[in-house]
Structure formats: C-alpha cells, structure tokens
Ligand binder design. Sequence first.
Ligand SMILES: [Zn+2]
Length: 331
Amino acid sequence: MPIVDLHAHVTPERYKTGIRDVGSWYGLDATVGELHHGAFAQGLAERLEDMDRFGVEMQLLTPTMGFYQYENDLEVTKKIHRECNDEIYQIISQHPTRFLGMGTVPMQDPASAITEMGRLVGEFGFKGVMINDHVAGTTYDDPQFLPFFQAAEEMGALLFFHQGGPSCVAARIDKYKLPNAVGNLTERALVFATLVFGGVLDKFPGLSLLLAHAGGYAPYSAARMDKVAGALPGDFDGKMNPPFGPNDGFVQKMPPSEYLRRFYYDCCTYDGPVLRFLIDTVGIDRVVFGTDYPAPMFQHDPVEWLRGLSELTATEKEAILIDNSNRLLGI
Ligand SMILES: [Zn+2]
C-alpha cells in the first residue's frame, strides 16, 4: 500500500498561463495561486521529483486555497472551480498511480456546491472536496448548509476543512503571521464546535470529515467545550446541564469531546509531543499523513520527520503513513 499525502495543493497550469500571458485569470491576480511562493509556480515534473525525494508515493490533490472565491460572483466562482477541478482530473488521469483528486465547490450557493460535488465524485472519482472553515463568515451550524452535508453523506464524499483568507485572529492582530500561526488553528476549533453544537454531526452520522493541521485547537479545547456544555462529572447526570443557563443553544446529543473521533486529522503538527497529544486524545486510527505541500507551511522531509519522532511507536508511524490513509481513501 502506498504512502499517501492527504494534504497537498496544486495551482492549476491554466491559471499560471493566464497570469503569464495577460496578467489575470477570471479576474484573479497572481497572489491567489501563491505564485510568489516558488513551489506553487513549479510544474508537475518538479512535483513528482519532490515526491520521489521525500518518499511520498501518492498525493491527494486539492486546489490552492485562494481559489475558494466564496465572495466572488457565483457564476465566476463556478467557472473557476470547474477549471480547477477539471485540471486536477487531468492530472490524476495522466498519473493514476501518483495522484488522487479532491475538488473545490462554490459554498456560497449550497445547491451549486452539491451539483459540482456530484460531478466530481460521480464522474471524476474524486474522494471529496476541500472547503473553507467558514463561508464568507457564515459558520457551518447555519441551516442553509444542511442539504450540502446531507448530500456529502449520501455521496460518501470526504470533506476536508482547510483555511482560506484571513482568519478570525486578523481582527485582533494582523502581524507576526499570527492569523496563520494561531488563527488557522482557532478556525479549525470553530469548525469542530459549530458542527457539534449545531447538531450537524447528530443529523448526519455518516459524514466523512478531515480537519487540516491536526484539527487545530479542537482536540486541545474539547474538554473546555465539555465544561461549558455541562457535560463533565458534577454537571453531567446523563443529560447536559450548561452552567450558564438554558439559552445557550446546546442541541448536541453527546459531550463535545465524544465527537472528536468522528473526524480524521492530518499529522501536520511540526512537533512530536503535539502529535503524541493528538493521538492520545482522538485515537491513532483517526490520524492520517498530510504535509501541506507545497505551501510555505510544508512539513519538510515529512516521511523522515515522522519516522524520526521518538514520541511515536513504529506501529503508530506506519498506521499514519499507510494504513489509516489507505483505509480512509478506500485504496
Ligand atoms: Zn494546506
């Protein structure tokens, strides 16, 4: 079974051509595809060389996050997404032993997102879609997204939650790269919380969910979510008794921390003890291999890094590198 990197992005060549020839592509400029970061400007040949050098046999490709375009005109976003997704399909068709596909869908219109997700999963054999932590500021407990989650469950589409654009931390402080370093992890905890507290996970128990960057602060904050929900011993007598009154809107059936195992998490923590904590909190079977290639946040030499961690057993390393990823993707 191959080592599969489940967190890998690609900036489409057709976009690069547009930027090079006329300076824009569907109105997008060079920053969207992160061409200022050299690795995004590289082509497929260099990507395959990198994969060989790092011992990564397959990548699950997703479009670079700038292509979410949830705040753009819907028809423009739909065209951008079709082009991104078509190119990923082209790549996986040319190199079926090296790449798998995941697409992007226009979440600002859930009906359109469902249609495109159906095309990707049904026609292209994509494993699912990558979506932002929120949709132009709207969180996933909003009822408008229920049909989307229902469709994803029915299609068996993996939903990969991954940041895009400035995170919530940017409103407080927008320097030292904190909207990235702290904000992206905060956003991931909010995805977890809104899906749990909004009752989405109770409604759709069959959803297949992957949180980028090891779930951010979700595993670390789940106990505190238990406390606010009244689900810790002393508060919990079989039903949740929130300490702040009955009007906080808790509708979930189980203590929040019990939903941690409903998600998968990539291993992109950059730190052995943090990865150890993740495994101990969510279970080794929920952790998969993901590197953030070719972003500046890429975990350098990721296979060697993981194999060198003293905090993990050899069995755990192989589970992350091979078993869990292959099981999740149905390889
Ligand atoms: Zn990423």
